[in-house]
Design a binder for this molecule. Sequence first.
Ligand code: DGP
Length: 119
Amino acid sequence: MNPEQKDTDCIFCKIVNGEVPTELLYQDEDVVVFRDINPLTPVHLLVVTRKHIPSLAHMSDEDTALVGKMTRVANQVAKEQGIADSGYRVTINSGADSGQIVPHLHMHLMGGRHLRWGH
Ligand code: DGP
């Protein structure tokens, strides 16, 4: 991951800005939700901030409400996807050891099958 990556080079910035056409399952002034291109579960969505923050480790105090909103939106979309009752997982990868590959803050929303606890 290159935290210095410019917004203009960021694939999620391009999706958020509409430069890369992607179906949005939810959008508001702060976050958008779209399907992960490489789904690991029957429901695998990404809750992505419009603001370019390279990772959770780069969030500042002013982003606290934004990160909280990501969770609220994940809960709402989980209901819409019909996985709220069966259960789901939200994950934020931050940094190299987590396996983060896209250096733009996002939350994975995964469900639709039983999930084992990973490594
Ligand atoms: P990670 O950075 O490891 O938290 O995962 C990033 C996820 O983003 C990965 O599961 C694949 C997904 N992804 C990467 N590029 C694109 C893209 O262009 N479109 C979509 N829909 N998903 C993408």
